[in-house]
Design a binder for this molecule. Structure first.
Ligand SMILES: [Zn+2]
Length: 269
């Protein structure tokens, strides 16, 4: 071994930089648009048709629906490519100003040092939902929206990326599939991300715009004479945890027990 170049593994983990790259990516846009056009929830497809005027008629008339959709998006980009790219640049600039402090804060709050990574944030133009992909650390966001919303969405997804690194350490026996819908682990991550993004150390850098899933706001408990929905239930626990200086790991363990009571209401697996 060449001792002169030996770097302990522990330190290797700290090298490199955390980044988010904002880019136009027509193919990723098409793939997610097509996915939502065929989604089980009709409202997802309706959003695509609403944003792409005339698409419905073109697809109805076409034999090869996928090709008709692809051709439509190609024409959309011929007209709007510059705008899409300009939006990506605008988001990039705004993000770069908060990048280092926010990654630092995320790790501090979740009490974990993770290996630096570059997350990719592609623009979508179909206006339906904004998907994220944990394993490749990719996400898509709508190009035509205020910068503050994009900052909030990206922070939300980054919390998920780092949160599941922490989760993996604490619950190595939980399978990867449980990190996504409709598993209880995923449900818990959503309600806890709602709390984490409101942690002052994070919200003072990127204020959150997230209001939590509408469907879950009807999940109510009465606590100390107060009616709290599931998001506020966990936010109270989160604040209590901060006040008592419990470790984030112990907090997650406690929440995993606690969330079992909501399993049916969350329609979770
Ligand atoms: Zn989420």
């Amino acid at each position: 071994m060449n001792r002169g170049f030996f770097i302990p593994q522990k330190h290797l983990l700290y090298m490199g930089a955390f980044q988010v790259e904002f880019k136009a990516n027509k193919e990723a846009d098409k793939d997610s648009g097509w996915y939502f056009l065929n989604h089980q929830w009709k409202s997802r497809a309706d959003r695509v048709y609403y944003n792409y005027k005339g698409l419905k008629e073109e697809m109805d008339a076409a034999e090869d629906k996928r090709k008709a959709f692809s051709d439509y998006v190609d024409r959309f980009y011929e007209k709007n490519n510059t705008t899409v790219e300009e939006c990506a640049e605008k988001f990039q600039k705004a993000w770069d100003a908060v990048n280092d402090p926010i990654f630092e804060a995320l790790q501090e709050v979740m009490e974990i040092r993770t290996k630096p990574f570059t997350a990719k944030c592609y623009m979508h133009t179909h206006g339906s939902s904004s998907p994220r992909y944990l394993d490749t650390r990719r996400m898509l966001t709508y190009y035509n929206q205020p910068v503050e919303n994009v900052m909030s969405v990206v922070t939300h997804e980054l919390i998920h990326f780092i949160y599941f690194e922490k989760w993996k350490e604490i619950f190595p026996e939980h399978e990867r599939i449980t990190y996504d819908s409709p598993y209880l682990q995923w449900c818990l991550s959503e309600v806890l991300v709602f709390s984490i993004e409101r942690d002052e150390r994070i919200s003072k850098i990127v204020p959150t715009k997230d209001t939590g899933y509408g469907e879950w706001q009807r999940i109510i408990r009465f606590e100390n004479g107060l009616q709290k929905n599931i998001f506020h239930h966990y936010f109270s626990l989160y604040e209590k945890n901060l006040a008592e200086k419990t470790s984030f790991a112990d907090f997650l363990k406690f929440c995993w027990q606690d969330v079992q009571q909501f399993k049916d209401e969350l329609k979770a697996k």
